[in-house]
Design a protein around this ligand. Structure first.
Ligand code: ADP
Length: 334
């Protein structure tokens, strides 16, 4: 998955480069900076001394010494005052410059802490949003796997409003696995209403198509595999393969595998990631999932959160992943 949010200690990440939220002296400090210097050993400090410091919003690279990471990219985040002193632009610059430097050094995997969100006081939810926006923008243009490493869960929260909203939606929609009668009635009702509605809609659009032709197409679609449906939808939406898998946060190799094997069975999060990237309706999402042998269930928080976003027409996979993360669910993507 090109962008992953993980909970970990960044000094333990086995990646090509970890990013350090340093201060302008680059001579070590508290927080993540202190942890990185302790784990890397004295060699890191010695190299940092040769760099002559670093300006806010800029980035410099060193070796990783005793760390499992090959390099450390030191960037200096802004100190948050009130959000009106160019903090956001500087924070964006930290991510952009670090990613560019990583790319220039041939790094394929990079891990970031939430820069400025500790002692420097940047509100964590906004700091995370900046991280996600800049990294996902960068990944549209470059092949790389990037991790955002969240250290302490207690300190991490999506916005209070979104969290409460989703929590309420889960409460309203959660169907206890044992109340079979209700699930059964939803199951019995929903597909029929949905398919009649969509048949009428499609029928109106295709007045010139004979009933035989239309049925023929529908029968072919029943036999369609997941991979075939995916490729058909990509064509129908008029987007390129790359636009689709990048928006789905799926890496190119996995996409090629799915493309070349019509019987490929993806995992459920992967199938959903494609549905999100193609901005499918709930009904189409269900259809695509069925082809991979899955269904959305009302007795599963993960599924209800997905439904929450699709039913609101919010197809931003990174926001969805933030919400899944906040509710301790597995994330979308490969
Ligand atoms: P800043 O001065 O840029 O705010 P801090 O080190 O104080 O930097 O905090 C930045 C973020 O790094 C905070 O969200 C903090 O929780 C997190 N953090 C601290 N130690 C680690 C660690 N070992 N691994 C990953 N993240 C960490």
């Amino acid at each position: 998955m090109p962008l992953e949010i993980v909970r970990n200690d960044i000094t333990k990440m086995k990646v090509d480069a970890i990013v350090n939220a340093a201060n302008r002296s680059l001579l070590g400090g508290g927080g993540v900076d202190g942890a990185i210097h302790r784990a890397a050993g004295a060699g890191l400090l010695a190299e940092c001394r040769t760099l002559g410091g670093c300006k806010t919003g800029e980035a410099k690279i060193t070796g990783g010494y005793n760390l499992p990471a090959k390099h450390v990219i030191h960037t200096v985040g802004p100190i948050y005052e009130d959000g009106k002193h160019g903090e956001k632009a500087l924070l964006e610059s930290c991510y952009r410059k670090s990613l560019t430097l990583a790319k220039e050094q041939g790094c394929e995997t990079v891990a970031f802490p939430l820069i400025s969100s500790g002692v420097y006081g940047y509100p964590k939810d906004q700091a995370l949003k900046v991280a996600i926006d800049v990294i996902s923008g960068f990944l549209l243009e470059h092949e790389m796997t990037v991790y955002i490493v969240i250290f302490d869960k207690a300190a991490y929260r999506i916005s209070e409003k979104l969290f409460t909203d989703i929590a309420e939606y889960i409460d309203d929609n959660y169907v206890n696995e044992h109340t079979d009668y209700r699930r059964e009635s939803i199951r019995m009702r929903a597909p029929r209403q949905a398919s009649i509605g969509s048949f009428e809609a499609d029928f109106c659009e295709c007045k010139e198509m004979s009933v035989e032709d239309d049925l023929d197409i529908r029968i072919k679609q029943i036999d369609e595999s997941f991979s075939q449906m995916l490729l058909r939808k990509i064509d129908e939406k008029g987007i390129t393969d790359a636009q689709c898998y990048k928006k789905a946060n799926i890496d190119r190799k996995l996409f090629s595998k799915i493309r070349s094997d019509i019987h490929y069975k993806p995992s459920k999060p992967t199938a959903i990631a494609f549905a999100i990237s193609l901005e499918l309706s709930l009904e189409e999402t269900e259809d695509m999932l069925r082809k991979a042998g899955f269904a959305l269930s009302r007795s599963n928080k993960f599924d209800i959160i997905i439904e929450y976003f699709i039913s609101r027409g919010n197809y931003n996979i990174f926001e969805i992943n933030e919400a899944l993360f906040a509710f301790d669910q597995s994330l979308l993507g490969a």
